[in-house]
Design a protein around this ligand. Sequence first.
Ligand SMILES: [Zn+2]
Length: 228
Amino acid sequence: MTIPAELLDTVAKLRAEVCLLHSELTRWGLVTWTSGNVSARVPGADLMVIKPSGLSYEDLTPESMVVCDLDGNVIDGEHAPSSDTDSHAYVYRAMPEVGGVVHTHSPYATAWAARGEEIPCVITAMADEFGGPIPIGPFALIGSDDIGKGIVETLAGHRSPAVLMRSHGPFTIGRNAKSAVKAAVMCEDVARTVHFATLRGPVQPLPQHHIDSLYERYQNVYGQRPTA
Ligand SMILES: [Zn+2]
């Protein structure tokens, strides 16, 4: 399989976008050394663009991004793709509405994952972004479909675009790569805030009807209205 000629421009743009989005992971302190990865689905094809494996963040270039099919096979690129490629590919195969996937070991979110404890929805910002608690996914080892399956099984039918894979760390999804990156940033932010809150005693989840109306408003009303 090669990249269809009519998609070459799209793939070039996505390579640049996915490369640039990796700088958000370092900017927000979500990654250490070469850990963490962003991918984007190529609209109109069973392809994705993902970070190469083992390259330093400062050495990432649009050209170094790897194009894979949705079984994780390399279609175009000079480097081996991220070791998490199979997990990203599984999510794209199972969730057609997903256009971007992000994985990090951001410290506060990963601390909740280490405890196998979901992050309770105790602040309005969480209700806005996640529509409830951030759930824990099953423990799964890299090297099979288990991580991808765990992500999909946990997030299917869940409002949260983030899952904390037990004893591993967060995976986030979005309609595109940028929204998956935003979810990763917000996930770490609320993981930290709620962690601090719990240090001072028990926390109280927001009542469900408040969570529902906050989520509804933020997802549908908040922000700049598109101008005709
Ligand atoms: Zn990982």
